[in-house]
Design a protein around this ligand. Structure first.
Ligand code: ZN
Length: 483
């Protein structure tokens, strides 16, 4: 082509105007974009990892996916994904998750985590800076890079000295410099953290323009120390510091008081505070048995006893003797806790304020089934959530939660020109979760195509071997309006 023709073509308009060929075209699907409200049969053209065209016009692609009868939506963004190994990466992809981030607690070493995952992940990833890990280090008991939650001990149960608190803050600053998207605070796992410590950490997050994600201090109805008091603490800390706040798993942190906790979030928002929340669609929780969550008083707090605790791999229900042995062990063992009622979980999931996040860990069905369970149970069977609202809760809302920390998030959770091509194409009539407490790693079914940054990781319902297009999502300076 000579230069004159190139010039003429350039002046005639954008490539889309003259029948471009795209890397990939998704043709004829019902396309949903929760931000613009688009719900129409249109074609999507993808180039270089981004959505280049969304149009009713015929588009030509090097590869074309026929999506007639299927739904095309933004890939799901899981802000609460603990298991970061490839086994879970595969499960998440089958569940429609294109980004899975460790935001509740945060990894102990952000730089090491990002380096380890880069080029080795099917789905996008990211993390918060870990308050618990910074605390453990300040107490001279640093966590291993693969640990998340400290064992119950001095670093979890004792108040920090002023010097230790200053050390924690310095460590969190470093972790934010390394790309952490916020600060993760599992306050219930570090009950030694005073109210003042919590406010100091929120103040640090506010000064860095990143959100705090928190598992609140307590659960249950016993006062002092109720769920409501715990939610008041973090909303208060957000109010006095100006930090943005995501209260994680409001279903399991608030239990029977979840309706009131949601009303408190609504009230905070009505007063102009940036407070959001999330939930997962299961009645059981899961955590480590040697953590401070099981400090004395846990039975009264949660209203359960030993028989509500189950080991994930064997299904063994615990006795007092077995509990005492595992709780005292320095080795952490995962345990499933049956502590919620189905009707409460169903009410929380249907609430417009609750986004969806899995709290995914191997051993609990939520790791593999959270997102397709929303589509199967709440959209198709109970009809308590519309398809568009489900997509909003699973893609746009989590993207928006990250937008203050990174401009990248503005390109996620959307089917719009210029957005990242993180896309799922599924059959709304059959999509379903299949994981159970007995078989927690059963893959969800019904996802026909899943794209991460424009690359197919699920193709015609089958895993594409050897492709690892997941990219790091890290904080940036642009989103904070600084040079
Ligand atoms: Zn938690």
């Amino acid at each position: 082509m000579n230069k004159l023709i190139v010039l003429v073509l350039l002046t005639l308009g954008t490539p889309a105007a003259w029948s471009a060929t795209y890397d990939l075209v998704i043709r004829g699907g019902r396309v949903l974009d929760p931000e613009t409200g688009l719900d129409a049969s249109v074609n999507v053209g993808i180039n270089g990892g981004r959505i280049a065209r969304v149009s009713a016009e015929q588009l030509t692609g090097t590869r074309t996916i026929d999506a007639h009868g299927l739904v095309v939506t933004p890939g799901f963004i899981d802000l609460h994904q603990h298991a970061q190994d490839d086994v879970s990466g595969v499960l998440k992809a089958f569940d429609g998750v294109t980004s899975g981030l460790e935001m509740e607690i945060g990894v102990p070493d952000v730089k090491e985590f990002l380096a380890r995952k880069s080029g080795h992940s099917r789905i996008n990833f990211g993390t918060t800076a870990s308050h618990s890990a910074a605390r453990a280090a300040a107490f001279g008991q640093p966590l291993a890079s693969t640990d998340l939650i400290p064992a119950s001990g001095r670093s979890s149960n004792d108040p920090a000295t002023p010097a230790q608190l200053a050390q924690m803050e310095a460590r969190l600053q470093q972790e934010l410099d390394a790309g952490a998207l916020g600060i993760g605070m599992g306050i219930q796992y570090v009950p030694g953290a005073t109210r003042e410590e919590v406010i100091r950490i929120f103040r640090l997050a506010a000064s860095r323009h990143v959100p705090v994600f928190t598992h609140v201090r307590s659960a249950g109805r016993t006062e002092p120390g109720s769920s409501i008091e715990a939610v008041e603490e973090v909303i208060g800390a957000a109010a006095v510091t100006g930090a943005s706040l995501q209260i994680v798993h409001i279903n399991s942190s608030c239990l029977a008081d979840a309706p009131e906790c949601l009303a408190m979030v609504a009230g905070a928002r009505a007063r102009g505070l940036d407070v959001t929340t999330e939930a997962y669609p299961y009645t059981a929780g899961m955590t480590t048995i040697n953590s401070a969550l099981f400090n004395p008083g846990w039975q009264e707090k949660f209203g359960i006893s030993y028989d509500a605790l189950m080991l994930p791999n064997t299904g063994e229900r615990l006795s007092r003797k077995r509990f005492d042995e595992l709780h005292a062990s320095p080795t952490s063992t995962d345990v499933i806790l049956f502590l919620n009622r189905q009707e409460l979980v169903d009410a929380v999931i249907a609430d417009p304020l609750a986004s969806i996040a899995s709290d995914g860990e191997l051993g609990h069905p939520r790791d593999a089934g959270t997102y397709c369970r929303i589509l199967a149970r709440y959209v198709r069977e109970l009809r308590t959530v519309s398809l568009m609202d489900a997509i909003r809760k699973m893609s746009l809302m989590p993207a928006q939660r990250l937008e203050k920390a990174t401009a990248t998030a503005r390109r996620k959770g959307r089917i719009q020109e210029g957005a990242d091509a993180d896309i799922v194409v599924f059959d709304p009539a059959t999509v379903t979760d299949r994981a159970t407490y007995e078989h927690p790693t059963e893959r969800s079914t019904g996802m026909r195509f899943v794209l991460v940054n424009g690359v197919l990781v699920i193709d015609k319902g089958a895993l594409v071997p050897g492709v690892l297009p997941g990219a790091a999502i890290v904080s940036d300076q642009d989103s904070r309006g600084r040079p």
